[in-house]
Design a protein around this ligand. Structure first.
Ligand SMILES: Nc1nc2c(ncn2[C@@H]2O[C@H](COP(=O)(O)OP(=O)(O)O)[C@@H](O)[C@H]2O)c(=O)[nH]1
Ligand SMILES: [Mg+2]
Length: 303
């Protein structure tokens, strides 16, 4: 066996191409939330894959897009920052709808990074193999990617090859994290993300991007094998609060149940989950509120 290798791998791409799905698949655990809606991921999320010959530290990032709100701009800055210091940059595109020009400007925005670039073509389960060659051809024209690898994050096709090719190019280095560590996120943060995922699933039409979740309390009671969690869902308008709560509190109850089940399975204990809804007028445009909610202005993963 060769020397031990470790490094940071940033997963980059437009919204909805499957970055979070790929990230979870590569790590083998649900660390990031996933939705069929764009702009689900807001922070850079770190996931660790420890193998016999190396440690791969993946960074899931918000999609690169041109949204105007301050939240949107912070999200894009977070993505760019996480590509800056990475050893490997995975540019993810969709086999079923490659958008060459948009991806071109995305790839351009990482000009300053020293990382080795791979093109990863996702959603291969949706297209015939013949579609692949012309796509590879077009993308290779404006960047000499080290590797071009077709995968399906959904079925797992191509994932082993992708892992192998990444290990090959990583620098020799001892592991950065303990072998049994899967992420640097706290349980609190993960729980807040699961709640936000359920809100997106249940009310996306009415409340597209304007919710945030904070955890007010997270109390473990080992004797009763119970965890008590109090969380607040922040929305921008009174009308959104009404929608979220639903007739007779029906909607919020469904969201709470779905989130509780997932958190119980994850923590392996019973969970008592209390949800509150609070209106924060136009928080996606308000720097102070964004700071309080923990969306960074810029972010470097090595600091
Ligand atoms: N058919 C198919 N769908 C996928 C694949 N990867 C992701 N998706 C779906 O694409 C949507 C967006 O995925 P997500 O991981 O949240 O994308 P992100 O915005 O780039 O993080 C979700 O509905 C996923 O289930 C894939 O390989 N095949
Ligand atoms: Mg995502």
């Amino acid at each position: 066996m060769g020397p031990f290798k470790s490094g940071f791998i940033s997963i980059l791409g437009r919204p909805n191409v499957g970055k979070s799905t790929l990230f979870n698949r590569l790590i083998g655990d649900k660390v990031a939330i996933v939705a069929e809606k764009p702009q689900t991921t807001r922070n850079r999320i770190l996931g660790i894959k420890s193998m016999s010959g190396g440690q791969l530290i993946f960074l899931d990032t918000p999609g690169i897009h041109s949204g105007r709100s301050e939240l949107n701009q912070r999200m894009v800055r977070t993505a760019i920052a996480s590509g800056r210091d990475a050893d490997v940059l995975l540019f993810l595109i969709e086999a079923n709808s490659p958008l060459v020009e948009k991806d071109q400007s995305m790839i351009e925005s990482f000009r300053g990074s020293k990382g080795i670039r791979f093109l990863v073509i996702n959603k291969m389960d949706l297209v015939r193999r013949e579609r692949l060659l012309p796509i590879m051809d077009r993308y290779q024209k404006y960047y000499p990617f080290k590797e071009i690898i077709p995968v399906s994050a959904l079925t797992g096709e191509g994932i082993d090859i992708l892992l192998e090719e990444i290990v090959k190019v990583l620098p020799e280095s001892p592991p950065y994290y303990p072998e049994d560590m899967v992420t640097d996120q706290t349980e609190r943060f993960w729980v807040s993300e699961v709640i936000r995922e359920k809100v997106i699933h249940h009310c996306y039409q009415e409340i597209p991007y304007s919710t945030a979740v904070t955890i007010e309390a997270f109390k473990e009671n080992p004797e009763k094998k119970l965890v008590l969690i109090k969380a607040t869902i922040h929305v921008e308008r009174d009308s959104q609060k009404k929608i979220l709560i639903g007739k007779g509190g029906e909607k919020i109850k469904k969201i709470g149940e779905a989130a509780r089940k997932e958190v119980e399975a994850f923590l392996g204990t019973k969970v008592y989950l209390e949800l509150w809804v609070s209106v924060e007028k136009n928080w996606t445009q308000n720097s102070q509120v964004l700071d309080q909610l923990g969306y960074p202005l810029t972010f470097t993963h090595l600091s």
